[in-house]
Design a protein around this ligand. Structure first.
Ligand SMILES: [Mg+2]
Length: 422
């Protein structure tokens, strides 16, 4: 039933995950807190402030990532809260990428503190994945003063699982000979992409472990989850043929995108629209500055369980209008019924860019006059802001708290296409 190229079993893939990333970077610079229960958290004055990362000691007290600070302090009264420094995290992340790239050019970031590496072709130069993983682990510790967990396997799904199983500053390997023994006893939600909703559904049909999933009836999975169900089963059996992308070669030069992790989950259409509008305004500004129009958009989000979803869609007319970009993004999310989900992070990208000097073909069936109005409105706003400042003009629905933090976290690299639309 499954066609599988044997080559994939001989791949050598690493997943490198920095341990308690934000908190490790903070403690590196403030060693006086080393022995204390510490967490990195959003603005404490703000009642929306949440825990973004914590030390193992804080974890022992039951402190959880994502919970409000006041709640965490109840569990752990002596908890030290340090404010986040996203610029530092980005710097460390970039330096780590540089180290990875010195072993292979197939490096695919997954969030800011995780990366997949395909080192199959690096053997002759650097030794096998185990050697490379160990070397990376000690280099990062030595050069960046943070620790990582490394997972090594023959596919991405298991490599990620292996790094989850590895302790701090350890390397763990899942190979063809041991995966049934190592992976199959695990609970299903240990595997990437299986969140709480999927887990509940699977539990209902008596699938609890990854071994259960590996042996499950394909038709039953297909009925419940469509094509994804079969994918989950294949993954549990070690059949994951997704490639590790070369992140930098992968980014098309001509796209302009923005993303943000919100201070709280977005819960309804109104909230999603406000954030998208804000992001689109930045995109629009950059389109105008670079004399581009977008012919399409890519919009996506990361949900409460940190699963990612994303879609491409084409615009009626090439545009730099934030309104048109927002409207299309909303339409796409609505169409796929995504607005019913809780969104943690959102990203949007203008794609298929063309020069704004290119003349466009009017389509008789689409209203070009409203499109032209949007374009001139956008350029009016652009010039007002340029002259009188960013806050000189805005939309009424963007006033007040729209759950967008203002601390630089929008610079966080969003996960890549592998986990989208699976
Ligand atoms: Mg991590």
């Amino acid at each position: 039933m499954v066609y599988f190229c044997d080559d994939f079993f001989s791949r050598d893939i690493l997943h490198v995950d920095m341990n308690s990333f934000y908190v490790s970077v903070e403690l590196r610079d403030r060693p006086e807190y080393m022995e204390k229960a510490v967490a990195v958290g959003g603005d404490e004055e703000n009642r929306h402030g949440i825990i973004l990362a914590k030390t193992p000691l804080a974890k022992k007290y039951g402190v959880k990532t994502g919970e409000p600070i006041w709640q965490a302090k109840k569990k752990c009264p002596g908890l030290v809260i340090l404010p986040p420094h996203y610029d530092k995290y980005i710097e460390v992340s970039k330096k780590a990428h540089k180290i990875y790239y010195s072993y292979t050019n197939q490096v695919e970031p997954f969030g800011m503190d995780e990366c997949f590496l395909d080192v199959t072709g690096s053997k002759r130069l650097f030794g096998d994945g185990y050697n490379i993983g160990n070397e990376i682990k000690s280099r990062i510790k030595r050069e960046l003063k943070v620790t990582v967990s490394v997972g090594r396997s023959f596919n991405k799904v298991f490599a990620k699982l292996a790094s989850d199983m590895a302790g701090r500053d350890e390397i763990c390997e899942i190979n063809r000979d041991n995966f049934k023994k190592v992976v199959w006893p695990l609970e299903i939600d240990e595997m990437i992409m299986i969140g709480i909703k999927t887990k509940r559904k699977l539990n209902k049909i008596n699938i609890y472990t990854l071994g259960d999933l590996a042996g499950a009836e394909p038709d039953m999975l297909r009925n419940l989850f469509g094509i994804n169900g079969l994918k989950f089963k294949n993954w549990a059996n070690g059949y994951d043929d997704s490639k590790v992308l070369d992140y930098y070669a992968q980014i098309p030069i001509k796209t302009i995108g923005r993303s943000i992790t919100c201070s709280e989950d977005l819960l309804n259409e109104f909230e999603v629209r406000a954030v998208l509008q804000k992001l689109s305004q930045d995109i629009s500004k950059r389109l105008i500055e670079n004399n581009f129009l977008a012919r399409g958009i890519h919009v996506g989000y990361r949900d409460h369980d940190l699963c990612s979803f994303g879609y491409d869609s084409m615009l009626d007319y090439p545009t730099n209008s934030s309104i048109e970009i927002t409207e299309l993004a909303m339409e796409v999310l609505r169409e796929h019924r995504e607005l019913e989900n809780r969104m943690r992070a959102i990203y949007i990208r203008a794609i298929k860019l063309v020069s704004d000097r290119e003349s466009i073909q009017a389509d008789f069936f689409k209203d070009i006059s409203s499109h032209e109005k949007s374009l001139s409105l956008e350029s009016a706003i652009y010039f007002i802001r340029k002259r009188y400042g960013k806050d000189a003009i805005t939309y009424a629905n963007l006033l007040g708290d729209i759950k967008m933090p203002n601390d630089g976290r929008e610079m966080v690299i969003m996960p890549h296409s592998f986990f989208m639309n699976v």
